[in-house]
Ligand binder design. Structure first.
Ligand code: MN
Length: 242
């Protein structure tokens, strides 16, 4: 859906009120909005091509940003510039890529959550998660402690922290809303301040609610013969009912 446009009035309402009105109400209100005839995404693509061709860079950048809102991915924007380079001029593509970088570059910018660091993408166990998770080691001395951040909908697979003696895991929830569930038991909803004591050798999963970022600090309780076994993902049916 094309977004209701107010840029004209915001930027030119005082200097050129008629132009602002035509921009917001006619061009965007009556032309861009005719999505049955041509989708907002397609309109963005042709507008980007036109502005690219004319070398109108400030407008091009605004329309790259609008195109992103209309569903054009970073990869598609790069492809558009690559193809247009042949029709409109190589240097125009050179001028456009940094704008694409700027428009899409903030994608990885994470929201401010708890006071604990978010760290980087979870490359330690991320392959056993559905959705994106982030891992920040807080300390590896005494009790190894990590801050784990889950994007909305992200959860880890069923897993077991095996140990012959000691072991297990403790979760201390610090941000958002999430879930913890032991195999065969009811899921437990988690909020900041909640503590979960996970015994060793118990199959379980933890993660975010569908509509909320979630962070918990995970403490790996030292033990003997410790090893995490990763099992099947939490299926959409089980998770979907939460
Ligand atoms: Mn666990």
């Amino acid at each position: 859906m094309a977004k209701k446009q107010t840029a004209g009035r915001e930027r030119l309402g005082e200097l050129a009120p008629k132009f602002a009105e035509l921009n917001d109400d006619v061009l965007f209100g009556e032309v861009w909005s005719r999505e049955e005839q041509l989708s907002a995404r397609d309109r963005s693509m042709i507008t980007i091509a036109a502005l690219f061709s004319a070398g109108l860079y400030p407008q091009l950048k605004s329309h790259l940003a609008l195109g992103k809102e209309h569903g054009i991915t970073k990869e598609e924007a790069v492809e558009i510039a690559t193809q247009l380079a042949f029709y409109c001029g190589w240097p125009k593509a050179w001028s456009t890529f940094p704008m694409i970088q700027e428009v899409y570059g903030d994608e990885k910018k994470l929201p401010e959550l708890s006071a604990f660091p978010i760290g980087g993408e979870n490359t330690v166990a991320g392959q056993y998660f559905i959705g994106q998770s982030y891992l920040a080691p807080l300390t590896v001395e005494q009790i190894p402690t990590f801050n784990v951040t889950f994007e909305p909908g992200c959860r880890n697979n069923w897993h077991i922290h095996h140990a012959e003696k000691g072991g297990g895991q403790m979760l201390i929830c610090v941000y958002g809303r999430g879930w913890y569930q032991e195999w065969g038991k009811k899921p437990r909803e988690l909020h900041p301040g909640d503590v979960v004591n996970i015994p060793p050798n118990v199959k379980h999963w933890h993660g975010a609610a569908k509509d909320s970022w979630f962070q918990h600090i995970a403490q790996e309780i030292p033990g003997e013969g410790g090893k995490t076994e990763w099992c099947e993902p939490v299926d959409d049916e089980t998770y979907g009912k939460l």
